[in-house]
Design a protein around this ligand. Structure first.
Ligand code: S3P
Length: 197
């Protein structure tokens, strides 16, 4: 499968802003947009929380992998991933070999603040929909982040989202992505020249 540098996979922990930034970024770049979690919910006719409860995380990761595979050859597209998508190695490999990974990085304390009132993130709830206390949530986020960080940090582009308005994050991302895609294309063109006799 050929790598498409303009296929942008937006990653980051829950609450880092992927779903809100994704469509704005796609609009700013003139690309198409897909939210992988929403596409799975639509396809399965149930919420992610229900998929986790009824079929388990493993089944969800397989659905995620299959959904990402359907867009793996697209160009000029922004795909917002679920925060745990990269944990599943086949999905991580698929993403790394087919597109450009972009990481929205946030401080765990800010993530905890934003996620505290949400009940639809099954992995952050210790038991069902019960709301944990802030400190327990923060500890949970730290532990999961530590495990996920190496793959998040493998992104070609990283942008910090804390203390920034969404508009400036989108502008910064647009600039960095356009520059990156242009650079990769010219490297490829030069390589093709070199290969010619
Ligand atoms: C998950 C994050 C969620 C969703 C699912 C699992 C995770 O997406 O895919 O609940 O493993 O961190 P968001 O990152 O949009 O919250």
């Amino acid at each position: 499968m050929e790598k498409q540098h303009s296929l942008i996979f937006l990653t980051g922990f829950s609450g880092s802003g992927k779903s809100s930034i994704g469509p704005l970024l796609a609009n700013s770049l003139g690309y198409n947009f897909i939210d992988i979690d929403s596409a799975i919910e639509e396809q399965e006719g149930k919420t992610i929380t229900r998929i986790f409860a009824e079929e388990g995380e493993r089944a969800f990761r397989k659905l995620e992998q299959a959904m990402i595979a359907t867009i793996a050859e697209r160009k000029e597209m922004v795909a917002s991933l679920g925060g745990g998508a990269l944990e599943h190695t086949p999905t991580f490999e698929l993403i790394s070999t087919t597109g450009t990974l972009v990481y929205l990085k946030s401080d765990p304390k800010n993530l905890a603040k934003r996620l505290f009132h949400k009940t639809d993130r099954p992995l952050l709830r210790s038991s069902g929909t019960e709301k944990p206390d802030r400190e327990a949530l923060e500890r949970n986020i730290y532990a999961i982040l530590e495990k996920r960080s190496p793959r998040y940090e493998s992104a070609a582009i990283t942008v910090y989202t804390d203390q920034k308005r969404i508009g400036s994050t989108v502008e910064e991302l647009t600039r960095k992505i356009e520059r990156f895609v242009r650079k990769q294309s010219s490297i490829e063109q030069n390589d093709q020249h070199k290969d010619r006799p």
